[in-house]
Design a protein around this ligand. Sequence first.
Ligand code: SF4
Ligand code: SF4
Ligand code: SF4
Length: 346
Amino acid sequence: MQNRGKKSTLNFVSSSKDMSLNRLKCLRGEYFTNSCSLCVDICPLEAIYFRQKKMHINDSCQSCGGCIGICPTEAITIESFNIDNFCHNFISDGKNIISCEGQIPCIGVFDRYNLVLLSLRNKNEISISIKECNECEYSKNILEFFLEELKIANSFLSAINRTQISLLEREIKARREIFNRFVNILKGEKKEQISTNSNTPNKLLNLKNELIKLEENPKLNLLDYSLFGDKKVSSSCTGCDECVLFCPTNALFSNRDSSKYELFFESFRCIECGICEDICKRGAIEKNSTLYLEDLEKKKMLFGAEFIVCSECKCGFLSKDKKGVCSLCQEAKIATKDMFKLASEL
Ligand code: SF4
Ligand code: SF4
Ligand code: SF4
């Protein structure tokens, strides 16, 4: 039976005005051990806060959208804006300039994934206006984040010989006026949410789908661009499935029956949150150092072993090399040996 992590029909949402925070997707939820605070750190109004292991949005939120792009799991959404719909309309309308003047709530809705994706899908060269940020009371950390994401996106686009995204400067009106206009434009617009049957963020799935279409296939190590993660697992894995249960994006999944256990991984789903490494009691899972573009879509078996009976305790355990003694009995043997050694030294 295949295990793709925890499934729940419950939808824990904290919302304020136009914004929603899905706690089941948040890395900082009650189920995870991660200390992510990216949205808290970027929010110019301290509207997102953490209480009793739960994230909340309070009424000081102005729906500026600055926290949307920075969330690695797409846990934060703004009701009146869907980035996939925006990108689709932007491309089909043949546009090439993006600004927060009525088109998007804030440039902070874009991260490296969305920027690369937009550029790959659009035939024209794209420019993004940041002049508005200089006049915007909310832009404090958001501009810094956006410029860093753009740098990473452009470096990747250059490596695959695609046109980079440029920055544009031009004058516009006061920021608060822009928000009001943006919300008015979108009022009454049909909301279309693209849903997937997994927890993998849409931005990762969409980017993977675009990258595998590339005609040229440059030998690129994707880890150099922090776009996706890669993992390896040592033989100390016990098949406990903790990493599978806690992986927030379903990058890890397993197959278990009465005779064997197999642990699988798909790089294009991995956001490198590090939860699997933190949670593994055996320290069996760790980062890999290379992930080539051509391997992005491959389903990789990280670990596979058969169930056999331990010749000492007679309990079933997973054995990669079919050795007859389980790790617990082996450890007990070493501990007993050390105890006698210590006693003889007294
Ligand atoms: S950025 Fe996303 S994952 Fe991180 S704490 Fe905020 S809502 Fe949670
Ligand atoms: S890698 Fe670690 S957490 Fe994952 S199944 Fe193996 S022992 Fe358990
Ligand atoms: S780092 Fe581990 S837990 Fe996080 S997305 Fe990647 S595989 Fe899943």
